[in-house]
Every structure is written in C-alpha cells, then in structure tokens.
Design a binder for this molecule. Structure first.
Ligand code: SF4
Length: 235
C-alpha cells in the first residue's frame, strides 16, 4: 500500500493531538472482535480484525514524523504480531518523540511483555483506554467483556512500564438504566495522566500553581500579557 501523505503535507502543521503537533496518523490494523454495546466499530466491520503487513507498517512508521497517533481500533490485539512489529521497529532503529495507541485493559493486563517490547520505541508513550465504568456490573451491562480486576492490573502494568494513559468513561450509566449510581467510585484521579505528568513537571519548573485544579494538574492554560498560551504544544 502506498500512502499519499504528500496530499496532506500542506495541512500537516495544523494536525495536533493532546499536546503534540504536528501529528502523523498510522494504521497498522483495522476492526475489533469485541462487542461493546455502545460501539460502532464492530457492527461496521462485522467483528473482523484485518492487519497490514509488518514490513509495510514498519516502513510507514519509519518514514513518518516524530509524534504518532496509531489509530488502530484495538492495538496489541494480536500479541505475536505486535511483538514481531516491535522487534522490526527496533531492528530499524525507529524512535519517536511520542506515540499514542488505543487498547483494552484486559489485553494490556494479560500481555506485560508487549509493554516492555514497545516502550523503548517512543520517548513518551500513551495508551488510550475506554474504561467505561468503575464497576463490574456496569462493565457487564455494556458487554465490555472485561473486569474491574483487569483494569487494576492494566494500570499496574502501565505504571511499571512508565506509560501514561488517556481514559474515557460512559457517562450517566445509571440515568440510562444500566446500573445503580456509581458516584464516588473513581479509579483514577484524572482523565489524562499525560496532562498530570506535564502539570507536575511545569509546576516544578515554574515553582507556581497551574490553575483551577491543583490536585490533578489539569488546568486552564494561563495567558501571558501578550495573550499567547503558556506551554502550548510539543513540536
Ligand atoms: S473494545 Fe473498543 S473498539 Fe472494540 S468493541 Fe469495545 S469499544 Fe469498540
């Protein structure tokens, strides 16, 4: 597959994700075999999972820029292939400033070796987790096919591996009649640990508070007298 990345080159400077700009998108596989009730991916692809050849993906990652969002619906779904891809990238000495992948907590909890193999490939490595609910009953109601225990295991693995996470939840499950109220049960103190880490780093550097939420480090960007944002994005 030849990607016509030159077609979007004029707009590249505007592509950003979280704090990183410009960002390149790479897809190594498409689809997901799971069946979460709220998700559009599996009905669209009929629960199939299709993979690009390792050599093609490695070349793609080698050629693209320093900040990469791997947009696979479910990264690391095929552990042997993911290990082979990590090995190939390391053989080619591919190193990135930042990589973001989307995965599941049960996949990460079961395959700590994958985290170890992939971590050296980027200076900062984020995992996007759809946690959905802080209770087994909520997860069951959403057909998540994962447990709260696996969520805790996944977080233990990602912390040990020096990853950061972005997490999403399905809001107001109880209002939709799925589960009883879950207010007060929070798995993590914030939504994006990348923001927390950067908040801590920035406060240390500046010796001052960031903004509205000092506990998590998530705050409004402060403005200088000239009106520009402090901090901004990594380029
Ligand atoms: S694991 Fe993710 S991509 Fe797969 S069905 Fe569930 S929400 Fe969708």
């Amino acid at each position: 597959m030849i990607l016509a990345r030159d077609l979007v080159a004029p707009y590249r400077g505007r592509y950003h994700c979280l704090l990183f700009k410009p960002v390149w998108l790479v897809e190594t596989a498409r689809g997901c075999p799971f069946r979460c009730s709220f998700c559009s991916v599996w009905p669209l692809y009929g629960r199939s999972f299709r993979e690009r050849a390792i050599d093609t993906v490695a070349s793609d990652l080698q050629d693209c820029g320093d900040s990469v969002f791997i947009v696979d619906d479910l990264f690391w779904n095929h552990p042997e292939r993911s290990l082979a891809l990590a090995r190939e990238l390391r053989r080619r000495n591919v190193r990135k400033r930042w990589i973001l992948v989307q995965s599941r907590t049960d996949v990460v909890a079961r395959h700590a070796a994958l985290l170890e193999a992939w971590r050296p490939i980027a200076r900062d490595f984020d995992i996007f987790f759809g946690l959905e609910s802080p209770s087994d009953r909520g997860l069951e109601a959403l057909d998540k096919d994962a447990s709260l225990g696996e969520i805790y295991e996944a977080f233990a693995s990602e912390r040990q591996g020096d990853y950061s996470t972005v997490q999403t939840y399905v809001r107001r499950l109880e209002a939709k009649g799925y589960v009883e109220r879950t207010r007060g049960r929070r798995l993590c103190p914030g939504v994006c640990t990348r923001w927390q880490a950067l908040g801590r780093r920035r406060r240390r550097r500046d010796g001052q508070a960031m903004g509205r939420n000092d506990r998590t480090g998530i705050g409004r960007p402060q403005r200088t007298r000239r009106g520009s944002r402090r901090g901004g994005v990594f380029r």
